[in-house]
Design a protein around this ligand. Sequence first.
Ligand SMILES: [Cu+2]
Length: 117
Amino acid sequence: MRIATLATTTFLTLMTASFAHAHAFLDHAEPRVGSTVATAPSEVVLFFSQNLEQAFSSVQVSDANGARVDQGKPQISAATMRVGVKQLPPGTYRVRWHVLSVDTHTTEGSFSFHVGR
Ligand SMILES: [Cu+2]
C-alpha cells in the first residue's frame, strides 16, 4: 500500500525572472494536478500559458520509487507538451517539467497524481 502522504499534492513553480514577462506557467494538466484517477492514463499532457521551445523543454514522469515511467521524448505543439507513459499500476506518480518559453525564460515545477482509488 502506498503511503498516503505521497498523494498530497505538491505544486511548485520556480520563477527565474520578474513578473514583467508572461513566462510559460503550467496552466493545467491531464491527469489533473494532484488528482486521483481510477483508470491509468496512457499519456500525461501539460498545458502551459505560453508557447514552448521544443529543443529545451522536457518532462519526466516517475513512480514512487523514482523509476522513470514515461516513454522518453515529449511531443510539443505550441503551448502543449505530452509524453506517453508505460502501463501504470495503482500508485502515486510525480511529473517534473522544465520548459523554455518563446520569450526565452525557463520555468520548472512538479506535481503528482495518483492512479487507483
Ligand atoms: Cu518570461
